[in-house]
Design a protein around this ligand. Structure first.
Ligand code: ATP
Ligand code: MG
Length: 401
């Protein structure tokens, strides 16, 4: 028998055809996540996925699979002959090894009968295997409340026996909800927003705005690093990298100075809207949060939201800053996010900013500019960066020969 892990998934409320779509996507994502490990077999059985691997590969398999969205938990398991007499003997051998490794003194056996045709009931199996271990091991006692080893037996076409449960991230398989465009800045919030939406099954593409040479190469490196970290969950990520310096200059010359920030945001949304439609993204994702900074008010979101007819997902609106930081630390983007490089030009930032912009007034200011022309120029100069598994694999300007 090969070594294996059992992978559990399940989103309450999934029904019928949806379950099959979910399962297929999950299996294909698990396949991708372990594709760097040789000689893997993935078995897709109703309600469970099993991943078989060669000796010595367990650690790598667990590390890879436990990051896959949709996975609730996983367990390294031993496949056994399900004949009760054989099962008793094999369970004793397994628990003896586990007790030696861990110094455990107590145990409990629990059983799940996934195959309802198995000729023994759950209590009968628990009793038979538990009794056999107790009589033949010598050192182990039964503790039904807080056992050192909880030996779980799952009865299927074979018996699968395990003692450890490792948590996965939960959520929905990546890509099962279509594709969205993440407005990725260099800050703490947007990578977290991207992660949370990816966890709900939204495939991501990213767009980043900068004001080079007013902003530095290092600010861009920071964004690439953040995107790379996201690829540990998403596999790969494309960044559309767009210079908005000329747009900021035009705003600075033609519009009220206190509207600089909100007008820049409007352009970001308009450009994101265009790129999203070109690349089949059905929604936008931002790291906006309610009340965190002056520009993040309901009025501000009304204005920026009206620049696109796509749905704008703002998963952080209900998060406290410390909750966002907690996720950022867990997904290992925090340390990069706090590096002190500005993503967009701060040269034009006024002392006073409008916190409750009015849409008519903002539209009137936009009317002072050649909005479409400025956007065309910015997009023409776009750079595309493709990241796979944490590495930049390609960087090019699609519109420049
Ligand atoms: P973050 O930590 O994500 O930068 P923030 O708290 O700094 O967010 P803002 O600067 O107001 O908030 O930005 C709000 C959102 O607008 C960001 O979360 C991001 O989605 C988008 N955004 C802002 N600046 C940029 C940028 N330079 N490129 C792409 N998206 C941006
Ligand atoms: Mg920011």
């Amino acid at each position: 028998m090969r070594e294996m892990i059992l992978v559990r998934y399940g989103e309450i409320g999934l029904k019928g055809k949806n379950i099959r779509t979910f399962e297929k996507k999950l299996v294909s994502n698990i396949k991708k996540a372990v594709s760097h490990i040789p000689n893997i077999t993935i078995i897709d059985r109703h309600g469970r996925v099993m991943v078989e691997y060669d000796p010595g590969m367990q650690e790598m398999v667990i590390e890879s699979v436990k990051k896959v969205f949709g996975v609730v938990s996983l367990s390294p398991a031993t496949q056994m002959d399900r004949d009760l007499e054989n099962l008793k003997v094999q369970c004793l051998a397994l628990i003896t090894k586990l007790a030696e490794e861990t110094g455990a003194k107590t145990f409990k056996v629990e059983t799940r009968r996934a195959d309802k045709n198995y000729p023994y009931t759950t209590p009968e199996i628990n009793h038979a295997v538990g009794g056999y271990i107790f009589q033949n091991h010598g050192g182990l006692r039964v503790d039904v409340n807080r056992p050192d080893i909880m030996l779980t037996i799952e009865i299927r076409e074979s018996a699968y026996v395990f003692s450890k449960r490792i948590s996965g991230p939960g959520g929905m398989p990546y890509g099962s909800a279509g594709k969205g465009l993440l407005l990725l800045s260099g800050g703490i919030d947007s990578p977290v927003a991207g992660y949370l939406m990816a966890k709900r099954g939204l495939e991501l593409e990213a767009i980043h705005f900068h004001s080079y040479p007013f902003t530095s190469e290092r600010a861009l490196d920071k964004v690439i690093e953040l995107a790379s970290r996201l690829t540990y969950y998403t596999g790969n990520l494309k960044i559309h990298n767009i210079n908005i310096l000329e747009i900021q200059k035009a705003i600075n010359v033609n519009c009220p100075s206190e509207e600089m920030t909100i007008l820049s945001r409007c352009f970001m949304m308009k450009i994101a809207d265009r790129i999203a439609k070109q690349f089949y993204c059905k929604g936008l994702v931002t790291g906006e949060n309610l009340g965190q900074v002056a520009s993040q008010t309901i009025e501000g979101m009304t204005v920026t939201g009206s620049m696109t007819d796509l749905p704008v997902f703002r998963p952080l609106t209900a998060y406290d800053k410390n909750e966002i930081i907690e996720v950022a630390k867990r997904i290992e983007t925090f340390e990069t996010s706090i590096l002190p490089f500005e993503d967009c030009c701060t040269v034009f930032l006024p002392d006073r900013v409008v916190t409750k912009p009015k849409l008519e007034k903002i539209n009137a200011s936009l009317a002072l500019l050649d909005v479409e022309g400025l956007i065309d120029e910015a997009i023409k100069d776009k750079e595309t960066i493709i990241i796979v598994g944490g590495e930049v694999v390609r960087r090019f300007k699609p519109n420049v020969e």
